[in-house]
Design a binder for this molecule. Structure first.
Ligand code: ATP
Ligand code: MG
Length: 237
């Protein structure tokens, strides 16, 4: 059912140029992400972090070079399998006009929603408290255009809960905790580490402090990875 990826994701000499752009946004990038690793991308604005994530989730296709999952090139035909294996958390959450529970179990019919899984996902995402104590109907509160308005940080936590509900093998976050205060952000990171220890986590972060305890931090500039290493080695350079 799922793409049985068991070893690594690999970028092989990947170049990506947006239509009409003079310069490529990703230049000859080689990268290996091992299963179970926690990997972060940092770097200045415009350095290519989101482009790299969009290539990884198959939203963009390399101009040249390849992306391989366990040595199998990602193609149009096997992309759906890769998509089932991953949970992607965008910066902005798309909310349905329905209950919070249905928004977490995105795409499930109301009677298919697994409450226990909703609660577990919400707990890891640090969303359970504000939903249960702050919303009139708890997880049955209707949100969205015609429902209750949520803050940016609340929306981000629901977006994370939505990805976690489907228990992905790999979790991909593009500044997905940027609206959270540092204490809540740290709680999310710690809960992820505790509850989903074997999950591969790939994240884009603005502040390097957020990803101190990640296995590998890649520092990007002008579409290239300039340094890779753990927090201490990166701070030393
Ligand atoms: P930020 O930290 O601001 O999110 P980023 O590292 O995610 O930046 P990207 O969004 O990947 O950077 O952008 C990399 C380069 O590609 C930039 O020069 C940007 O202007 C360009 N770019 C991004 N999206 C497009 C697009 N849709 N069309 C053309 N150029 C784009
Ligand atoms: Mg970006």
């Amino acid at each position: 059912d799922r793409l049985g990826w068991s070893r690594h994701i690999r970028f092989e000499n990947v170049v990506f140029r947006y239509d009409g752009a003079d310069e490529p946004a990703i230049r000859h990038l080689d990268l290996t992400i091992a299963k179970g690793q926690r990997v972060a991308f940092v770097g200045s604005t415009g350095s290519g972090k989101s482009t790299l994530i969009d290539l990884l989730i198959g939203l963009l296709t390399p101009t040249s070079g390849r992306i391989l999952i366990d040595d199998v090139p990602l193609t149009y035909d096997n992309m759906h399998l890769w998509r089932q294996a991953m949970g992607y958390v965008p910066q902005e959450l798309f909310l349905l006009d329905s209950s919070i529970a249905e928004n977490v179990a995105f795409g499930c019919e109301a009677d298919e929603v697994d409450r226990a899984r909703v609660l577990r996902a919400a707990e890891i995402a640090q969303a359970r408290d504000f939903v249960e104590t702050g919303q009139a109907e708890g997880f049955d509160t209707v949100v969205g255009e015609r429902g209750v308005r949520l803050s940016g940080g609340q929306r981000q936590r629901l977006a994370l809960a939505r990805a976690l509900y489907f228990e992905p093998n790999v979790l991909i976050l593009d500044e997905a905790t940027s609206a959270l205060d540092p204490v809540t952000e740290r709680k999310v990171t710690e809960a992820l580490r505790r509850d989903s220890a074997d999950m591969t986590v790939i994240t884009v972060a603005h502040r390097i402090g957020t990803v101190r305890d990640y296995d590998v931090i890649h520092y990007m500039e002008h579409g290239r990875i300039l340094f890779s290493g753990d927090y201490d080695s990166l701070i030393a350079t």
